[in-house]
Design a protein around this ligand. Sequence first.
Ligand SMILES: *[C@@H]1O[C@H](CO)[C@@H](O)[C@H](O)[C@H]1NC(C)=O
Ligand SMILES: *[C@@H]1O[C@H](CO)[C@@H](O)[C@H](O)[C@H]1NC(C)=O
Ligand SMILES: *[C@@H]1O[C@H](CO)[C@@H](O)[C@H](O)[C@H]1NC(C)=O
Length: 424
Amino acid sequence: MKQGLIIMVPAVLILWGASAILQADLLPDEKFVLLPPVNFTIKVTGLAQVLLRWELNPDQKPRSVNPEYHVKINAPQEDDYETRNTESKCVTILHEGFSASVQTILLKDNSLLASSWVSAELKAPPGAPGTSIVNLTCTTNTAADNYVHLRSYQVSLRCTWRVGKDAPEDTQYFLYYRYGSSTEECQEYSKDTLKRNIACWFPRTSIPGKGRDWLAVHVNGSSKLTAIKPFDQLFALHAIDQVNPPLNVTAEIEGTRLTIQWEKPVSAFPMHCFDYEVKIYNIRRGYFQTEKTTINEFVSVIDDISKYCIQVRAAVSSVCRASGLWSQWSRPLYVGNDEQKPLTGWFLIVLMAAVCFLLLMASLLCRICHLWTKLFPPVPAPKNNIKDLFVNTYYEKAGSSETEIEVVSYVEEPVFETLEDSVF
Ligand SMILES: *[C@@H]1O[C@H](CO)[C@@H](O)[C@H](O)[C@H]1NC(C)=O
Ligand SMILES: *[C@@H]1O[C@H](CO)[C@@H](O)[C@H](O)[C@H]1NC(C)=O
Ligand SMILES: *[C@@H]1O[C@H](CO)[C@@H](O)[C@H](O)[C@H]1NC(C)=O
């Protein structure tokens, strides 16, 4: 135990424990004194991770008390919580140092008794100011794993940063990440013109596709001229996960129905875990319509003959994870027709055809009329109407002109013949 403490060099143990001063009004039993914990230590157990440990004061009387502890994190970010355990794990950035305090607390006769505090701290790691990296950003992306036949996913990680403004030219930076208990060092760096590492790519990581823990990233460095200050950052996976766009987007226009369908993105999350946004761009009118949906299909009623550009994007919905980023839009998909001129051309052709047809019909009708008139006997005055003709005929009959009567009967006969033919 003693050796262990000596190894924990950065952990500075401060014990303020000698006097546990408790207010008299909180303490009905004058003899009862709540003592602060002993041997409070802070140990770095991993990248951006510490373990706080303490013991119940061996002088605490009576021994039967079962107190709780109030832990307060003072730096880098204030926090406080209560626990029954005598140890506590903390995930936190460490490049600015770390300090915490703990006290013994006990609920006795409806009043809360508290001991004095004991504190400990980790000093900030050495390094000249302005030498650590700045503007660290990281993104994760899920890919289907081709090595395994079972459906499995591989999460990749990409981080970029900028060189500290006061970092010497020979500075080299090294990036590490920790997820859970696994820590990995970057193997694929991108470099600036001075060959300093400024980005890192992990094609495969130990991060699970549906991970919820913090991702810790640590970037330290070295230089012959000065100590390079390390830099830590914690990332919430949902906030940096670059979701893939939806797959196999199809769009179809049937009459006035525009039906758009797609498949869920490559992701460890199942189908019901996605929100989608559909963007329909009417190219002729030049306006966007953006719709949200949670299913893999969107149907829109369109009244406009136009060409449309369709894109869909996805995000993991809050049903399955804290809401994060939208994916990129899927590749633009074009449907419909915006060729206005050929359409007017067609319309004109149809119109002309109709006009031609009408003219033809009219001329046909005229011809029939003409034939009709022609079929009537060649009367002295061809322009006479039928009534005149009959008057004439009867007049001729009355006048007993044989020729004329014969012609009339000639006209009438074929009509009757035809009728008789059709009857028999
Ligand atoms: C606290 O640490 C000291 C050495 O620093 C050790 O002798 C002692 O046994 C420890 N106390 C408890 C309760 O573990
Ligand atoms: C880098 O970070 C600093 C402060 O954090 C900010 O002021 C600056 O705009 C950032 N630069 C870029 C290029 O993001
Ligand atoms: C950087 O950090 C890693 C992980 O904590 C450590 O193993 C390595 O020695 C450090 N390198 C430098 C140059 O500080």
